[in-house]
Every structure is written in C-alpha cells, then in structure tokens.
Design a protein around this ligand. Structure first.
Ligand code: HSE
Length: 370
C-alpha cells in the first residue's frame, strides 16, 4: 500500500520520524507492505514544501542538516510553489495525503493552532498521528467524535512517554480491564534534572544539559513547572476514564521551587525525588495530581535514571502493570509516529511475522518441522 504523508513540524521529533522512515524503508515494505512518501512538510520557522509525488528523503535530510536554519524556500526552490507561500492550512485542507503526521510544538493555548489542523484533517476523513499533547489533552473527546464520524483514525502514542508503548499496551495488552489508578514519572527533562541535582549539579546547569540532549520542550518552563506532566496525566485520565476533564482539575506543582533542604531530606532517608503524576479513576470522579515526591527504594518508580519514564497501572484483572522506557528524545518520539503509522496499516501477513527485526538471526528455521 502506498501511503502519502503530510508532515507538520520539523523539529527534533519530525526529523527523528523522517530518519526512521528512511532507515526502515525496506523493512516497512517487506514486513508490512508499506511504501511511504512524504508529500509535504510545513514548519513554523522554515516555511513549507510540497511535492505531490513525494520528497526525496535522503536529499532532504542531508540538505537540512547542512543548513539547519535556512528557509526551505532557499534550500529547495524547486519544491515550493512559485509566487505563492503555502500556508499550513492550505496544505491540510487541500493537499492529497492519507495521513497527517503532526508534531508541532505543544501549546497551552487550548492546543491551538494544531488542534484546528487535526480537526480539518479528520473532517476530510484522513488519519492523524500526533505527538502533540495540546490537542489531545484539551480536546480529546471532541476529536474522538470526529474520528468516529468521518472514519479517519486519531493515534497519539507519542504524547505520553514518547515511543515507550503506553496506549498500545493498554489497548492490545489489557483489553477488558478496568484501570482504577495510575502513578507515573512522565517527564524526561524533570527526571534528568532531578537526577543531576541529586548528584550535586546545580539547577541551571542541569536544565542546560537537558536542553542540549533534546529532552526539553521548546519552552522548558512547560517541563519544570509541571505542565507537560499535567497534560500527559490529563490525556491518560480522559482516555482511560472516557471523561472530559480540564487542567483546573489538576493539583499541580513543578520542580522549579525544589530547594536544597528537600534534597538533603531525601538523601538522608535514602529516597529519591521524582515528579510524580497520580490519577485516581473513579466511577463518578477523576482525581489528578502532579507534584514532587520522595520515593523509597522499594517503589518501582525509584529506579529511573536520566530521561527514563515509568508508569504503574492498577487494573482489576491482573493487578499492577509497570511500563518503563525512554520518555523523550528525537528518535524515541519519532518512533512513536512510526508505530502509529504501522498500526494504521499493519499489512496482511503481520500476524505471522516475528517481532524481532534482526534479519540475520533467523528466528524460525525453515527446516524445522513439528
Ligand atoms: N519535554 C518532554 C519530556 C518531551 O522531557 O518528557 C516528551 O514529551
């Protein structure tokens, strides 16, 4: 199947996604019968390009690496429509594509403008895959209605714990279960900063390092003031409890105000400070909090080095389920988009394919008979 993708955003995540598409071109073809082409890329800072038959990814990636700040118009004059500045709205509403891959910056302003682009795409019956927390946190119930009404799917694995499989584990691994509560460390930047601070590095230096590693949001106050974690907790709670909730519901405290005394106390008790999101998902109520807590060694969220995230679900079927993995980064979050894409078009034979992709190590020997 040929899949045309329109990509909105070419920051760390957009680049990670393009690199993975390029790296895994053969595998996508062989395993899933997917042939992808990116027909348009629109960015806030560098403008837009549109190539109806597909952009040559290798050339695109190498030239945008050479000139990381130049406008697309200057690097690819042949790919922009002459005499006309392509707006992102034009592309979303008029271009011919199958999947909108949306990875622009999360905004606290009701998830706009990305939410409007996602709405337009869904109203055209297109599939949408996104890593943008704003639209899902602020408008999930409405967008989900559009999904049901027009038939395009809306997938957002990368909004919580980047490429670490949270929603796919819940939907494929825990069907028929009721999740009563969750507790999680959901922000890589904060976890990384807290880890460095506990080693004696000061806050500003630690934040700078988190930025350099590509973990922090474009506006890092989103991370350290706890909004990023709150958005993720809001997404999880709405999806799991099928309710519409707002940010005001959340008891929120970030890590910015953490003082030395808190660290000393934590160290003395052999604990670790983590920014913990908790959700209690009741029948008629949902309570969410995000705040720094001291966790002791026996807690599953204690042992999360650097940008690692973890989440503990409490289910009515198998009790506790713990998922842990990287929660931020270009390749990690790009992978979330890749996985969403594959789950839209899994391919005919997927059921019988081995999961491991090391072709050289044959998992099933053809001479084996039972
Ligand atoms: N800034 C976010 C974090 C990125 O540090 O977790 C992933 O949402």
């Amino acid at each position: 199947v040929k899949i045309k993708i329109l990509l909105l955003g070419f920051g760390n995540v957009g680049r990670g996604f393009c690199e993975l598409l390029s790296e895994k071109r053969e595998l996508l073809m062989q395993r899933h019968g997917i042939h992808t082409s990116i027909i348009g890329i629109s960015t806030r800072k560098r403008g837009s390009i549109y190539v109806p038959h597909g952009i040559d990814m290798e050339t695109f990636l190498s030239r945008t690496t050479e000139d990381p700040l130049l406008d697309f118009k200057q690097i690819f004059p042949e790919m922009t429509v002459k005499g006309k500045d392509l707006s992102v709205e034009d592309l979303v509403s008029l271009a011919d594509y199958d999947v909108l891959a949306e990875c622009t910056v999360t905004s606290m302003d009701g998830g706009q403008p990305a939410c409007g682009w996602i709405r337009n795409a869904l109203e055209r019956g297109k599939h949408v895959i996104t890593t943008n927390k704003g639209p899902i946190a602020f408008h999930y119930p409405y967008l989900h209605e559009l999904e049901l009404k027009y038939g395009g799917r809306l997938l957002f694995e990368g909004t919580v714990m980047s490429g670490t499989p949270v929603f796919s584990t819940l939907s494929r691994g825990l069907p028929g279960s009721r999740i009563d509560s969750f507790e999680g460390v959901l922000n890589g930047t904060c976890n990384y900063i807290l880890e460095l601070m506990q080693q004696g590095i000061d806050y500003e230096k630690a934040l700078q390092k988190a930025k350099e590693c590509g973990y922090a949001e474009a506006d890092p106050s989103m991370d350290v003031e706890g909004y990023d974690t709150a958005l993720k907790a809001l997404i999880l709670s709405q999806v799991l409890n099928e309710v519409s909730l707002s940010m005001e519901k959340i008891e929120l405290e970030g890590i910015k105000g953490i003082n030395e005394r808190f660290f000393k106390e934590a160290c003395m008790g052999k604990g670790k400070i983590r920014l913990v999101a908790r959700g209690i998902l009741g029948h008629n109520s949902t309570d969410i909090s995000v705040k720094p807590e001291v966790l002791q060694k026996d807690h599953p969220l204690y042992n999360l080095p650097g940008p690692m995230n973890g989440i503990l679900f409490h289910s009515d079927t198998i009790g506790q389920v713990y998922i842990s993995g990287r929660g931020a980064g270009s390749r990690e979050t790009g992978f979330a988009l890749l996985r969403d894409l594959i789950s839209l078009f899994p391919g005919e034979g997927q059921k019988f394919k081995p999961i491991n992709i090391r072709e050289s190590e044959k998992l099933f020997r053809s001479d084996h008979r039972c």
